[in-house]
Design a protein around this ligand. Structure first.
Ligand code: MOS
Length: 683
C-alpha cells in the first residue's frame, strides 16, 4: 500500500483544524473548576458570595446547588453530587463567567468549608497496606489470578532461580490538548458537545445516560483531538461539568482543565509493586513463572490495572502463577495510559528475564527464543500469528547485538560507561463491532463516514487508504468523515483496536458498494460488523516486538542518556508506513520517558500529586531522543480482520523501559528495580 502523509496535515499546520475549545459558538461563556484542598473530609458549606460579587460572574455551581444527575456509572462523573471529598484535587465547584480570566479569578474566591476526616488522607501504596484485597476481575475483564502446575514446589527445585521486586511510579498521560468541552443546549432540548475524546459514540452514550436523554438527542463533535494516550478513552468530568454549567446559566459553556488540574482530574497510570520469580533448568528453559502485582484505586471507583496479564502468555513454563491485588486509597481514580497493564508488567517480566539470562549465563536474546511457546501456555489456544522470534533475530542483526561482550561494566570511555539491553514487547490484537457508510458520487469521488476518532495517530489517513484499496481507486478520490457521533457508530480509539475495528467496517461497506456502482451514481452502502466480530474463531491474538537500547552512563553525575533505540515489531500488515513509524517511535519515546524521567510524586501528608506541570513532570525532549528506529517484519494475520492488521498504537511503549533498564545494568553492573532510573539511583 502507498505511504500517505496525514490527509489533514495541512489543516493542522495552518491552524484550520478546529479543536473542541476553539469552536466559535455565539454567546459562549467560560467555566473554571475549584478543587478540594483537603485529602479526606466532607464539605460543610460553600460560600459563593465573594465570587458572585465579581462583575461578569454568572454562577457558582457546587454540591449546594448543582442539578441532580440521572445516573453516573463512573463515580468520577457524578460531578458536584456529593459532599464527600475522597481525594485532594477532587472537583468541588465551578465558576461560570463572561470571560475565562474572570472565571479563573473568581474561582479563587469560592470559599469552601470542610469538616476534615479524623485521620489524614491514606495515600501511600505499600505491600503491608491493611486494605489490600483480591479484586473480582482486572481490566478490562480478566480474572485476577491464574495458576498452572505447582510453582511453589517447582521453583526451589529449579537449577537457576531469580526473585526480584520491581516498582513503577504513578505516571500521567499529558496529552498536548487538555481535556476540553464546549457544551451547547439546543432549543429543542438536545445537547451538542464539542469535545476532545477518543470516541464520540462512547461520550454520547455516557452523557445521554447521565443527563437522562435519548442518545439521539446528544451530539458529540470531535474531528480533531490533540492526543489522549488513553486518558480520553472514557469521558472525564470536563464533559459533565460543561454540560451542567451550560444548563445552569442557559448559555453555551467552554471548559478545559488546566495542565495542573489534569494531574488530579483526568486519570493516570497507577503505581505498581511487582514481585517476579523465575525458575529455569541449566539450559535456560523456564520451569516456573510467578508474577504478583499490587496497585491502587480510589475510594469511589475500582480500577485494577491488568499488570501481570502479559505474563500469562509470553513464555513457555509448566508451572506458572499470576496474581493481582489492589487497595483503595484517598487518591484520584487511575485510568488508561498507553498499554495499561503491559507497560508496567512487561517492565518487570522483561527485567527479570534479563536477570535470569545473567544467572544462567545465557544470552538474553537466546534465552527468550528458548522459551518460545507453541500455543498460548495458559489458555492452550493457538496463536493467530506470533513472530516474536523473528523480531528478536532481526533486531539483534540490525542492532549489532552479536558483537556484545555480556560482562557488565566493562565498556568505558572516559567518564562514560556504555551498555546495551534487550526486551520483548507485546500487546493484544482486539477488534470491536463497528458501523460504516460509503457513498460514490458522479464526480468519481467517494465519501466514507464512521464515528472513528483520529487523536493524532493518523486514523483518518489509514482509513482513507483502506477504503481506496477496497474500492480500487486512488486515495485522493476518497474523503473520510469521522469524529462525530452523528456518523455511524464506532468503537474507541483505544486498546490499539481502532484500525482493526473501524477498518473492518469500512472494508465491508466498500465491498457492499462495489456491485452497486454499475447501476448508476450516486450509490451508497452501509455495513455493521457486529455479527462478524461475534463469529470470530478462537485464537490467542497478540502483536509482538523486540526492543533494543544502548545507554551511556556518566559515572560522575549518574546521568543516563540513550544514544540508540531500535525496535522491530510483528504487528500484522502495516497499512500506512509513514504514520505507523510515528506510532512505533512515539511509543518507544514514551518508554524512554518511563525508564528515565516520568514519575508523579504523592504528597503523603496532604494528598494529591506534588509535581503537576511539565516543568516538574519530565517527559523526553528532542535532545533526549537521539537515534530511534522502528522496523517491522512482514506479517499478515488472516484470522483477525480483512486487512490482516494488528494494532500499533501501544506496542511501541511495551518493553522499552526494560530494554533501557537492562542496558543500564550492562553498562554499570547495577540493577535499578525502581523506575524511573534517576541519577540518584545510579550514584
Ligand atoms: Mo489506550 S491506553 O487503550 O487508549
Amino acid at each position: 500500500m502507498r505511504a500517505l502523509e496525514r490527509v489533514e496535515g495541512r489543516d493542522k499546520v495552518t491552524g484550520r483544524a478546529r479543536y473542541a475549545y476553539e469552536y466559535p459558538v455565539e454567546g459562549a461563556v467560560y467555566a473554571s473548576a475549584v478543587q478540594a484542598t483537603v485529602g479526606r473530609g466532607t464539605i460543610a458549606a460553600v460560600d459563593a458570595e465573594a465570587a458572585l460579587a465579581i462583575p461578569g460572574v454568572l454562577a457558582v455551581v457546587s454540591c449546594e446547588n448543582a442539578p441532580r444527575l440521572r445516573q453516573a456509572a463512573d463515580a468520577e462523573l457524578a460531578v458536584f453530587q456529593s459532599r464527600e471529598v475522597s481525594y485532594r484535587g477532587q472537583l468541588v465547584a465551578a465558576v461560570v463567567a463572561e470571560t475565562l480570566d474572570t472565571a479563573r479569578d473568581a474561582a479563587r474566591f469560592v470559599r469552601i468549608e470542610y469538616a476534615p476526616a479524623a485521620e489524614g488522607p491514606d495515600v501511600r501504596l505499600h505491600p503491608g497496606h491493611p486494605g489490600i484485597y483480591k479484586p473480582d476481575k482486572v481490566n478490562p475483564t480478566f480474572p485476577a489470578d491464574s495458576v498452572k502446575g505447582d510453582p511453589e514446589e517447582a521453583l526451589p527445585a529449579s537449577a537457576v532461580q531469580v526473585e526480584a521486586t520491581y516498582t513503577t511510579p504513578a505516571e500521567h498521560n499529558n496529552a498536548m490538548e487538555p481535556h476540553a468541552t464546549l457544551a451547547v443546549w439546543e432549543e429543542d432540548g438536545g445537547l451538542t458537545l464539542y469535545d476532545s475524546n477518543q470516541g464520540s459514540s462512547t461520550v454520547r452514550d455516557t452523557l445521554a445516560e447521565i443527563f437522562g436523554l435519548e442518545p439521539e438527542r446528544v451530539r458529540v463533535v470531535s474531528p480533531h483531538v490533540g492526543g489522549g494516550f488513553g486518558s480520553k478513552g472514557t469521558p472525564r468530568p470536563n464533559v459533565v461539568l460543561a454540560a451542567m454549567a451550560a444548563g445552569v446559566v442557559g448559555r453555551p459553556v467552554k471548559f478545559a482543565f488546566t495542565r495542573q488540574q489534569m494531574f488530579s482530574a483526568t486519570g493516570y497510570r497507577p503505581p505498581s509493586i511487582q514481585r517476579v520469580r523465575l525458575g529455569a533448568d541449566g539450559t535456560g528453559r523456564l520451569t516456573t513463572v510467578v508474577h504478583e502485582a499490587l496497585s491502587q484505586t480510589s475510594m469511589i471507583r475500582e480500577f485494577v490495572e491488568q499488570t501481570a496479564t502479559p505474563t500469562r502468555m509470553m513464555y513457555q513454563a509448566p508451572n506458572r502463577r499470576t496474581a493481582h491485588r489492589v487497595t483503595r486509597l484517598n487518591v484520584p481514580t487511575p485510568s488508561w495510559m498507553r498499554a495499561p497493564g503491559e507497560t508496567p508488567g512487561m517492565y518487570a517480566l522483561e527485567s527479570a528475564m534479563d536477570e535470569l539470562a545473567y544467572a544462567a549465563g545465557i544470552d538474553p536474546v537466546e534465552l527468550r527464543i528458548r522459551n518460545e511457546p507453541e500455543t498460548d501456555p495458559e489458555s492452550g489456544l493457538p496463536f493467530s500469528s506470533r513472530n516474536l522470534v523473528a523480531c528478536l533475530r532481526e533486531g539483534a542483526e540490525r542492532f549489532g547485538w552479536g558483537d556484545r561482550d555480556p560482562r557488565p561494566a566493562v565498556r568505558r570511555e572516559g567518564r562514560k560507561l556504555y551498555g546495551t539491553g534487550v526486551a520483548s514487547s507485546t500487546y493484544p490484537a482486539y477488534r470491536s463491532p463497528n458501523q460504516a457508510y460509503v457513498r460514490a458520487d458522479a464526480d468519481g469521488r467517494f465519501t466514507v463516514r464512521i464515528a472513528a476518532a483520529d487523536i493524532g495517530t493518523g486514523a483518518r489517513t489509514t482509513l482513507t487508504l483502506i477504503a481506496a484499496e477496497t474500492l480500487k481507486v486512488e486515495p485522493e478520490r476518497v474523503a473520510v468523515e469521522l469524529g462525530d457521533s452523528s456518523l455511524p457508530r464506532a468503537s474507541l480509539a483505544g486498546g490499539s483496536s481502532g484500525t482493526a475495528g473501524w477498518g473492518s467496517a469500512v472494508v465491508r461497506a466498500c465491498e457492499a458498494l462495489l456491485p452497486k456502482l454499475d447501476a448508476g451514481l450516486p450509490a451508497e452502502a452501509t455495513a455493521d460488523t457486529t455479527d462478524e466480530v461475534k463469529a470470530q474463531e478462537k485464537y490467542a491474538r497478540h502483536a509482538y516486538g523486540a526492543q533494543f537500547a544502548e545507554v551511556e552512563v556518566d559515572v560522575d553525575t549518574g546521568e543516563v542518556r540513550v544514544p540508540r533505540m531500535l525496535g522491530v515489531f510483528a504487528a500484522g500488515r502495516i497499512i500506512n508506513p509513514t504514520t505507523a513509524r510515528s506510532q512505533f517511535i512515539g511509543g518507544m519515546t514514551m518508554g524512554l520517558g518511563m525508564a528515565l524521567m516520568e514519575q508523579t510524586v504523592m504528597d503523603e501528608e496532604f494528598g494529591d500529586y506534588l509535581n503537576h506541570d511539565l516543568a516538574q513532570y519530565h517527559v523526553p525532549a528532542c535532545a533526549d531522543v537521539r537515534d530511534i528506529e522502528a522496523f517491522w517484519v512482514d506479517e499478515r494475520d488472516a484470522h483477525l480482520n480483512p486487512m490482516g492488521s494488528k494494532g500499533i498504537g501501544e506496542i511501541g511503549i511495551v518493553g522499552a523501559a526494560a530494554a533501557v533498564a537492562n542496558a543500564v545494568h550492562h553498562a554499570t553492573g547495577l540493577r535499578v528495580r525502581d523506575l524511573p532510573i534517576t541519577p540518584a539511583k545510579i550514584l
